[in-house]
Design a protein around this ligand. Structure first.
Ligand code: SF4
Ligand code: SF4
Length: 304
């Protein structure tokens, strides 16, 4: 597809929740991240998912950069980055996650002539995360653009005006329309900083029945049964809390906590159910498989 075709396509590219949305995956999901982050009340939850009202959406893309499972796809707000400086005098405020992504890609300074309270808080929050990872903070100031720099990104309106007045050749050499779309998968914080984890995962071995519901639903592949061990890799966790939402026994607790990645390993045993005779995995010395135990709890079966 040509650059011009990409640009034309991007004009009608609205925000949209994909099938990765936790609310589409499970009715037990309590995720409200995009709803909480939207300042214009453009998001409403409907049965099996959500809707984004394009009339109310102002295109800030906060929902897109904050969604824990990168389930929202769409366009990016205008950003201008020259060398290691992000110029923020136009466009929507970035989120902490977007700043972390820009930091990861070389941004170390933010140039802003007037500093709004909200932006100050966002930068302070981002620097707190960087500090916990023992990384240099982002510096704020008024930085003069390098006169020799030729790379300049254009806002949609600038680009449109330029398209009308200049020749197509000139426009296409100075603008990169496809970059106006975010690749939402970039905002997976767990993948941005290798070796660091952002969440702690506490499994209560006594109440966990190893039913494996959370294993199957976890979008990040955190849980793995490897022979006679269950491993939990907290470096992959994106903090979506779907595992604790679906657990019937409240056996999993997820908390925000920055630290070095840890892989927890729990011994498990293969057992034969005294009721149905089927094999099952257990963390504890269980006598009955998960299905029979649940049935007993529901008083449907009489146990031997
Ligand atoms: S933040 Fe993501 S996962 Fe959560 S409800 Fe919104 S789109 Fe779904
Ligand atoms: S471990 Fe739980 S909170 Fe972490 S990514 Fe998997 S389902 Fe989400």
């Amino acid at each position: 597809m040509s650059l011009l075709a990409n640009w034309l396509e991007s004009l009608s590219y609205e925000l949209n929740a994909t099938n990765q949305c936790l609310r589409k995956i499970s009715p037990y999901s309590t995720c409200t991240v995009c709803f909480d982050t939207c300042k214009t009340q453009a998001i409403t939850y409907v049965k099996n998912g959500l809707e984004i009202n394009s009339q109310l959406c102002n295109g800030c893309s906060s929902c897109l950069t904050n969604c824990p499972v990168q389930a929202i796809e769409g366009q990016s707000p205008t950003r201008k980055v020259l060398e290691d400086i992000l110029y923020l005098d136009e466009g929507a405020l970035p989120t902490e996650n977007e700043l972390l992504y820009l930091y990861k890609n070389g941004v170390r300074k933010i140039s802003k002539t007037t500093l709004e309270e909200n932006l100050e808080q966002i930068i302070a929050g981002t620097n707190e995360i960087l500090n916990q990872m023992e990384m240099e903070p982002i510096i704020i100031g008024e930085f003069v653009e390098n006169a020799h720099s030729t790379e300049k990104k254009l806002s949609r309106r600038d680009f449109f005006n330029k398209l009308s007045s200049d020749s197509k050749k000139i426009v296409l050499s100075s603008a990169t329309p496809i970059k106006w779309r975010f690749n939402q998968s970039n905002f997976n914080r767990a993948k941005m900083f290798e070796g660091w984890s952002f969440y702690s995962i506490l499994l209560d071995k006594e109440s966990c029945t190893l039913c494996e519901t959370c294993f199957r639903l976890c979008p990040a592949g955190v849980f793995l049964i490897d022979g006679d061990h269950l491993t939990i890799d907290n470096g992959k966790c994106v903090g979506c809390t779907l595992c604790s939402n679906v657990c019937r026994h409240n056996s999993i607790k997820i908390d925000s906590e920055i630290g070095k990645t840890k892989i927890y390993s729990y011994p498990i045993v293969k057992k034969i159910c005294k009721n149905c005779g089927g094999t099952f995995n257990s963390c504890e010395d269980e006598q009955h498989c998960f299905t029979c135990k649940s049935s007993k709890e529901n008083s449907i079966l009489n146990f031997l």
